[in-house]
Ligand binder design. Structure first.
Ligand code: GDP
Ligand code: MG
Length: 377
């Protein structure tokens, strides 16, 4: 799909967001067309862009995975339930209409789910007066600032996605790619303190306990001090050895599945669901803000909604805990989303941006998905 280059390019996850019919799909197709000509992508025709599939494209500097979704509810779902965190959102606003309801809704949700950077594409410049484009730009910058982005510094590109797609002026696509290339590199959390949710443990007589899990963030080196938190406890230990696939290694990083031998740690004090981290890295709390999406009837066969005050187990990383959901909307129907505050029975290890699920019945089928948008003390 993309050009092979000597240096490995960093991957950036991009998504088009914005009001229906403002030109998100046209823009996505136009980008792949323009980049295909340079040998950086494969052109995906407008009607081949489907169902929020990820498209790879590249520039000289980076590789981009691009997600475009067919409808409004798919956007909401992708942002709340998406498997990969969107690093950058391209907010598409059609010149003739300006900022609309879904423009605002997508922007607010993008902020809630932790999208760090935004680029604005004012589309349909071919059928919009210059001074109207100026007004839309002002309105867009104000909207961004209002919702916690840096509206003044955000790149705003004007152009016609349709024109670029049909072989006309493609400079707007070049400008858009340049703006993306100029954003700071996404923080892949390698330099940060490490965090690892504990999946299992094994006692090693005379030496301590091996905790097993996948590093979610940061880097852990042999000999580092480690703190284990959750379930009302805070334990201090040292990583005296680290194992990956049965071999001892000097260090592990985000994404690695490993076993960490914790010196002197008593196995009975550690439980699955607790998190290990560098001292101070793990936060425990029993009150969080979330964005919640109730699966639609088509996804889950569930017809009934949930009311605010709904109380059930929340499943997050390796733990589950009963929580009460106080929702922004009184009633959440299948296929809808809402913001909510969750009060948990116990203080649990939590982190902004963590996904979670609600499950039902003996088969524990997922009925809702969500993402932690904020921690409250
Ligand atoms: P989406 O719902 O945001 O994905 O919007 P689409 O990409 O499906 O575009 C909606 C309509 O706007 C289609 O009829 C496009 O042909 C049209 N459109 C998209 N970009 C432009 C543009 O730059 N200029 C004009 N005049 N029409 C455009
Ligand atoms: Mg579309």
């Amino acid at each position: 799909f993309y050009a092979t280059v000597a240096a490995p390019k960093i991957n950036v996850n991009v998504g088009t967001i914005g009001h229906i019919d403002h030109g998100k799909t046209t823009l996505t197709s136009a980008i792949t067309r323009v980049q295909a000509k340079k040998g950086f992508s494969k052109h995906i025709k407008f009607d081949e862009i489907d169902k929020g599939k990820r498209r790879e494209k590249a520039s000289d500097k980076r590789r981009y995975s691009h997600t475009d979704c067919p409808g409004h509810s798919d956007f909401i779902k992708n942002m709340i339930c998406g498997t990969s965190q969107m690093d950058v959102a391209v907010l598409v606003i059609a010149g003739p209409e300006g900022v609309m309801d879904q423009t605002k809704e997508h922007l607010i949700l993008a902020k809630q789910v932790g999208v760090k950077n935004m680029v604005i594409f004012i589309n349909k410049a071919d059928i919009t007066e210059e001074d109207v484009l100026d007004l839309v730009e002002i309105e867009a910058r104000e909207l961004l600032t209002l919702h916690g982005f840096n509206g003044d510094e955000t790149a705003v590109i004007r152009g016609s996605a349709l024109g670029a797609l049909e072989g006309g002026d493609a400079s707007c696509i070049d400008n858009l790619l340049n703006a993306l290339d100029n954003l700071p590199e996404p923080d892949r959390n390698e330099e940060e303190a490490f965090i690892m949710p504990i999946a299992s443990k094994t006692a090693i007589t005379g030496r301590g306990t091996v905790i097993v899990g996948t590093l979610e963030r940061g880097k852990l080196k042999k000999g580092d001090k480690v703190e284990i938190k959750g379930d009302g406890q805070s334990l201090q230990t040292t990583a005296s050895d680290i194992h990956v696939f049965g071999k001892s290694v000097k260090e592990v990083r985000a994404g690695d599945h490993c076993g960490v031998l914790c010196r002197g740690l008593k196995a009975e004090t550690v439980k699955r669901g607790m998190w290990a981290g560098h001292p101070g890295a793990v936060t425990i709390t029993n009150r969080v803000k979330v964005e919640l999406y109730l699966l639609s009837e088509a996804e889950n066969e569930r017809k009934i909604g949930i009311r605010t005050g709904f109380t059930d187990k929340m499943y997050c990383s390796t733990w589950d805990q009963v929580g009460r959901f106080d929702m922004k909307s009184e009633l959440l129907m299948p296929g809808e989303h809402t913001s909510a505050t969750v009060l948990l029975m116990k203080e649990m290890p939590l982190r902004k941006g963590m996904p979670f699920t609600l499950r039902e019945g003996s088969s524990k089928t997922t009925i809702a998905r969500g993402i932690i948008s904020d921690l409250e003390k």
